[in-house]
Write a protein that binds this ligand. Structure first.
Ligand SMILES: [Zn+2]
Length: 420
């Protein structure tokens, strides 16, 4: 038995070793070009200050980023396509490999960034390359990952590697508005661009993200009647009604609201978290009874929780108050998890171990991604594994170039391992 095993594995290993070093060399050979491309991507403004309610269909939020990616893919001899809900907000989709193959994989990433804040206000679109780092807004989240997708494919083309399955690169718009946009990933799914497995390269090499918490954001509105506080009708209680006082009753009633949940291994020690209010507006002047009050709430969800479940719990508590109010939904992203032993996860872990020497553990991710749109359709989806860096959210965002080169190699190996 041992002899047979040896005969089977030794030639395979030789081929695998050869292919690995070829991939590593090809990634290295193009790394200067990859760094320059990333720097250019960062110099193009694609910051997205919008929410799901006001994100515009006919404003070019992602700027020239889609064009730059399209042109780069074309220059590699690939056939990218614009697939957008409008010409101002095009997603870029590019297929490569054996289109009728049994296997399929999508690498998905967003082209927009958060709006500049804090230290990133000084030079948000710098793209400066210094001391082994590239700086600028969105470089880590997630333009470096987009560059890594493209240059992983370039390395495979340069190394003459052919795939047995279909690879789809999907560069999407409008993720930062709340990971629930109809214009990005959802639009592609609606158009029939449905992968068999999906990977989203949000940053960090420490873990493979196989689950994400969900979120529900809402606004409660109370309405009163404005009246000048100096008039006698207000004194006599004949006119005027204070919307802020009504809201105060609602706030009091909703404190300590617990959302029931099923325990889950991936989310051990975590629970759904209801916070209300997180922000409040009411009243127009110091001498006028407020006619309107709006207060915002944020709920973090675990798998199995839904926005309608939370709403029912709130309504139940508010019923006894006798205060008129309205609840408006703002964002709803369900929590999702995939099997941490799914072949797509094992393949990525194996590829990462080959490059970094250690296997990244499967973990829950921090922020939400478009991944839930895939998981809800039973498409196994990794929701994070990408280059390392730091300084997000206004602390001077940067990506580490050494990790970018290694991650590019991981992506290339992963594509071959999963689709080869
Ligand atoms: Zn992101």
């Amino acid at each position: 038995m041992l002899k047979v095993d040896q005969r089977c594995t030794i030639p395979g290993n030789v081929v695998a070793t050869n292919m690995s070093s070829t991939i590593a060399k090809a990634v290295k050979a193009s790394f200067e070009e990859e760094t320059a491309f990333l720097s250019t991507l960062v110099k193009i403004k694609s910051s997205n200050p919008y929410t799901p309610q006001d994100t515009p269909l006919h404003e070019s939020v992602e700027g020239e980023v889609p064009t730059l990616i399209y042109e780069k893919l074309k220059s590699l001899g690939l056939a990218p396509k614009y697939v957008g809900a409008s010409k101002e907000r095009p997603n870029v989709v590019c297929e490569w490999g054996e289109k009728r193959g049994r296997l399929g994989l999508m690498l998905n990433g967003h082209m927009d960034t958060v709006p500049p804040e804090g230290r990133d206000l000084i030079a948000p679109f710098s793209g400066a390359i210094r001391n082994g780092k590239v700086y600028g807004l969105g470089v880590l989240d997630m333009k470096a990952s987009l560059a890594a997708y493209i240059f992983a494919v370039k390395a495979l083309i340069d190394a003459g590697i052919k795939l047995k399955g279909k690879l789809t690169l999907a560069f999407v718009v409008d993720e930062e508005s709340g990971a629930c946009s109809p214009y990005g990933t959802q639009f592609l799914l609606d158009q029939g661009i449905v992968p068999k497995a999906c990977f989203i390269g949000e940053h960090g090499t420490e873990y493979v993200r196989t689950a994400q918490r969900g979120g529900y954001r809402f606004k409660i509105i109370t309405k009163g009647e404005a009246v000048h506080t100096g008039v006698s009708a207000w004194e006599r209680g004949e006119s005027g009604h204070n919307a802020v006082v009504d809201m105060a009753k609602i706030i009091e009633a909703l404190q300590g609201l617990e959302v029931p949940f099923k325990s889950s291994k991936m989310f051990e020690g975590r629970k759904p978290m209801f916070t209300f209010p997180t922000k409040i507006n009411g009243g127009v002047a110091m001498n006028v009874v407020p006619a309107l009050c709006e207060a915002y709430g944020d709920v973090r969800l675990l798998p199995g929780n839904s926005e309608s479940q939370v709403k029912l719990l709130m309504i139940e508590r508010l019923q006894k108050l006798g205060v008129p109010y309205e609840i408006q939904d703002l964002i709803y992203v369900p929590a999702v998890e995939i099997d941490p032993h799914d072949p797509v996860v094992l393949s990525l872990q194996k590829s990462a171990k080959a490059v970094f020497g250690t296997e990244p553990e499967a973990r829950v991710s921090g922020p939400a991604t478009d991944g839930w749109m895939m998981v809800k359709r039973d498409i196994p989806t990794i929701m994070g594994y990408g280059p390392d860096g730091g300084g997000e959210h206004g602390k001077g965002e940067w990506v580490d170039l050494e990790s970018l080169q290694k991650v590019t190699e991981v992506y290339a190996r992963f594509i071959v391992d999963y689709l080869g």
